[in-house]
Write a protein that binds this ligand. Sequence first.
Ligand code: PLP
Length: 396
Amino acid sequence: MTITPLMPVYPRCGVRPVRGEGAYLFGEDGQQYLDFASGIAVNALGHAHPHLTKAIAEQAATLMHVSNLYGSPQGEHLAQRLVDNTFADTVFFTNSGAEAVECAIKTARRYHFANGNPQRHTLITFDTAFHGRTLGAISATNQAKMRDGFEPLLPGFAYAKFNDLEGALALIDDNTAGFLVEPIQGEGGIRQASHEFLTGLRKACDEHGLLLVLDEVQCGYGRTGKFFAHELYGITPDIMAVAKGIGGGFPLGACLATEEAAKGMVAGTHGSTYGGNPLAMAAGEAILDVMLEDGFLENVTAMGDRLRQGLEQMIPNHDHLFDSVRGTGLMLGLKLKSDSRAFVAFARDNHNLLLVSAGENVVRILPPLVIDESHIAECIDKLSTAARVYVPAADD
Ligand SMILES: Cc1ncc(COP(=O)(O)O)c(C=O)c1O
């Protein structure tokens, strides 16, 4: 038998973390890494944050799980806090981002069904989008690498070019339910929606009775220095998928919606065994306690500005390799002139710096949101040292 016990769907690298502390990970072999990947934008408070670990430990010892057949004081409390701090009137808790996206898609379809327009089932989505790995979520992207071999996919999606407002509007027809879009594409290469594009989609939704569904799984929850990225645009969605930072490492996601958009989601239409269980809610509460403290989001903006400045100052010294910086807050991307995956591996294996590769040869820089200037200085130092000695392969 050659297959590994862990299904070999990930090209796993040699780093084998066994412990984490703040912005650092420690490998099985004792190596220490500066973690500017944060489990791909998950560990918002870094590793082993005392408030989060205490909340989880205490809740685990009190009540870990009950069925959603029972009343949920824990779920009601966290949902109310999210409602109080966002556009939303109602929340469905999930265990992952893909499930949050699934709930968002179902909510959008049910809205038009409830309005007597079941034919309005198609969401317009965008090239290089990433919404997760369920059949619904891979149907919502046109990226072949995620879809090949999994056909037949779900009907009900149309694909437009990201940041091409005219192209997206041209796809609207009698079957259109709305748009599903990431305000900042993560996996696609830290591609940020232009102001004109996102506000134009909102306007089109208002004019045509469509729903704006945002996927803020990666760009939401403080990552950009706002609680949610759409706040940067002065618009609100009708439905929004959230995950990653919401649990800070505990598997948690959420689908948020306005009362109007959620009008079709009545008893029996959706569910999840684990979704919103007391243990997950304790993690979610602990994250919010910290994130909504005065100054937390301002510090993300300040650290994001410092990190961007450091990256921009470094580029001219290594302009054979680095092209430009993208993104907002602590969701930054360094566009390379050669293969980003190879450089990420080099920085990891030779300089103990953890980053994530993305589309368009962009290196994603997604540190914990609690970093300070010393971590930024360390990251810039490691990056420039790596860049000084790195030689891209001839075919990169
Ligand atoms: C924008 C976006 N949507 C959805 C997902 C899927 O989330 P999960 O892997 O938790 O299912 C991701 C994961 O990276 C993401 O970045």
